[in-house]
Design a protein around this ligand. Structure first.
Ligand code: ADP
Ligand code: MG
Length: 260
């Protein structure tokens, strides 16, 4: 083995060769003096579904926002689909195209129709002709089962419908990875299921997903792994049955006792 085959971390195999969608190596981030992410190591395989839970303020949003560079990390390495996140802006655009994100508050453009919300990025970022972008958008609106809402405005839809539009809008960019940040926590209880059902469908089709949620039924149903974060660290990571039946750390036990 020659030294030149070694990555700076001492790893010998590039992420792409190991079929990793996301690799975080000793990632640290600060907001001013506040150390928000502490030595995060995370490997996400292509097609893997990961549920991330943990108390409010533990760094869950910050961690997944680093994956599409909505936040910058200050130390360590983040490699997404074989591309390392650095200052190189051109490649950041590539990452943003490949990584879809769905937020707690749907973030639809209120002055655009549902269809226009879905075609905006495909037309302006991917430079697709409008007709093609419309076709793709209608395809995904059918998939989230609201094609009849295409010409309405977000304010005319229920929260659950708006969140399904947000998912369809992301899918219109053909992402390889989908990030979800508490996608159901702003919804009325009767709308949670329709959004979770859409996400389960996506999971079953093989999408790589990182989902911050406290919906533990969803975690049991689709997660390959559940990760528990506290105070900027990954405290525990396990497949769902073991995670719920036999949590290893006191902080995980305490957290689960509060939410289950
Ligand atoms: P979680 O999603 O687990 O609730 P966050 O990642 O949103 O946690 O936040 C982690 C910590 O970082 C919190 O203490 C929060 O107040 C702080 N924080 C989040 N965003 C910022 C910011 N832009 N500037 C300063 N502090 C922030
Ligand atoms: Mg959060």
């Amino acid at each position: 083995m020659t030294d030149t085959s070694l990555a700076p971390t001492g790893r010998t195999t590039p992420a792409a060769a190991r079929d990793l969608a996301v690799e975080m190596i000793d990632v640290n981030k600060w907001y001013g003096d506040f150390h928000v992410l502490k030595a995060i190591d995370l490997e996400v395989k292509k097609g893997e579904k990961i549920v991330i839970c943990g108390p409010s303020g533990s760094g869950k949003s910050t961690m997944i926002r680093c994956i599409n560079r909505l936040e910058e990390h200050q130390a360590g390495r983040i490699i997404v689909d074989g591309i390392e996140l650095t200052e190189d802006l051109k490649r950041i655009d590539e990452i943003r195209r490949d990584v879809g994100m769905v937020f707690q508050h749907f973030n639809l453009f209120p002055h655009l129709t549902i269809l226009e919300n879905c075609t905006l990025a495909p037309i302006w970022v991917k430079k697709l002709p409008k007709r093609e972008a419309d076709e793709i958008a209608m395809h995904y609106l059918r998939r989230v089962r609201i094609p009849e809402q295409a010409n309405k405005y977000p304010g005319q839809l229920s929260g659950g419908q708006q969140q399904r539009v947000a998912i369809a809008r992301s899918l219109c960019m053909s992402p390889k990875i989908m990030l979800f940040d508490e996608p159901t926590s702003a919804l009325d209880p009767e709308m949670v299921k329709e959004v979770l059902d859409t996400m389960v469908g996506l999971a079953n089709e093989g999408m790589t997903m990182l989902v911050v949620t406290h919906e533990m039924g969803f975690a049991r149903q689709v997660a390959d792994r559940v990760i528990f974060m506290d105070a900027g660290q990954i405290i525990e990571s396990n497949e769902p049955n073991a995670f719920f039946a036999n949590p290893q750390h006191e902080r995980t036990k305490l957290f689960l006792s509060q939410i289950l």
